[in-house]
Design a protein around this ligand. Structure first.
Ligand code: C2E
Ligand code: CA
Ligand code: CA
Ligand code: CA
Length: 280
């Protein structure tokens, strides 16, 4: 056993070191990315299923690395979280999203909304250092933009271990008129009690449900139940990961309010989204 242990040690250490070194380099590069204009905000339409119109968009951050090319947020968001850089990235995302929301509300649709993602670390950050809630309010004031232009997407886990900070933050957002969406619904310990306890505006059905939608399937039954329940609690429902016309039709028939997914469009750069919005 001792021998096997030693072998394992000898075999895995270099690989682990390479991975750790890689993470360190990438984190370092991320610091530069913020200053060097390498981040971009992409937008994916959220479509009103009954009319097919684009009512909203989700803002998704992209990193164009000078050597590695496009790095996925699934790779760099965790690094941003462990290094604390997520707060600066989140601030940049907020400003960028608010600026576009202002423009699209003024020029295309006065009710247009943009949703932004917040990881638990950002959401629980108590501000007071120039990034976060006070800065958001200042920026909204400067733009003359109502909070209703923006939706913050959070995940279920946050509400499960709901601390005072979390409920305070939810109340602050509500005060500013900013709406809240529960992201990836159905992937965690979906407890429905907190939907009543907290003031949530949108529920986003995770794409793992959408993927397996078929008439009479159990995921269909679950989705229908979620939609009925959400509506009873006064929430609107957005289905994620809509890739086929069949999925869209099943969701629309089940009363789902909005759909988002490759069927309508992939996340695209702001200029492309701008054109799509003006000439659908
Ligand atoms: P998410 O919030 O669940 O975002 C939805 C993800 O699903 C996006 O991946 C989107 O490109 C992808 N998607 C959309 N439609 C479809 C579809 O029809 N089929 C499939 N297979 N996928 C679809 P993306 O852009 O790679 O983002 C991954 C995750 O990174 C996001 O998951 C979110 O948790 C995080 N993220 C992205 N931008 C930000 C940000 O600005 N701040 C924070 N904190 N997290 C972000
Ligand atoms: Ca999201
Ligand atoms: Ca998410
Ligand atoms: Ca999601």
């Amino acid at each position: 056993a001792k021998n096997a242990g030693r072998n394992r040690y000898a075999y895995f250490t270099p690989a682990l070191q390479v991975a750790a070194l890689n993470r360190m380099r990438l984190t370092n590069d991320l610091r530069g990315a913020l200053k060097g204009d390498q981040l971009a905000l992409y937008f994916q339409p959220i479509v009103h299923l009954a009319t097919g119109r684009i009512h909203k968009a989700e803002a998704l951050v992209r990193w164009q690395h000078p050597q590695r090319g496009m790095v996925s947020p699934c790779e760099f968001i965790p690094l941003a979280e462990s290094s604390g850089l997520i707060l600066e990235i989140g601030q940049w995302v907020f400003h960028e999203a608010a600026d576009w929301a202002q423009r699209w509300r003024a020029e295309v649709d006065p009710a247009f909304q943009i949703s932004i993602n917040q990881s638990p670390l950002e959401f629980q950050h108590d501000g007071g250092d120039g990034v976060g809630y006070e800065d958001w309010l200042r920026h909204l004031r400067e733009l003359g933009l109502p909070g209703q232009a923006l939706v913050v997407e959070i995940t279920e886990g946050l509400l499960l271990d709901a601390t005072a900070t979390v409920s305070d933050k939810l109340l602050q957002l509500r005060d500013a008129g900013i709406q809240v969406a529960l992201d990836d619904f159905g992937t965690g310990y979906s407890s429905l009690s907190y939907l009543k306890k907290f003031d949530i505006d949108y529920l986003k059905i995770d794409r793992s449900f959408t993927r397996n939608l078929a008439p009479e399937s159990s995921d269909m039954a679950l989705s229908e139940a979620i939609i009925v329940m959400a509506h009873k609690l006064g929430l609107k429902v957005i289905a994620e990961g809509v890739e086929t016309p069949e999925q869209r039709d099943l969701l629309a028939r089940a009363g789902c309010d909005y759909g988002q997914g490759y069927l309508f469009a992939r996340p695209i750069p702001a200029a492309e989204f701008d054109a799509l919005l003006r000439h659908p």
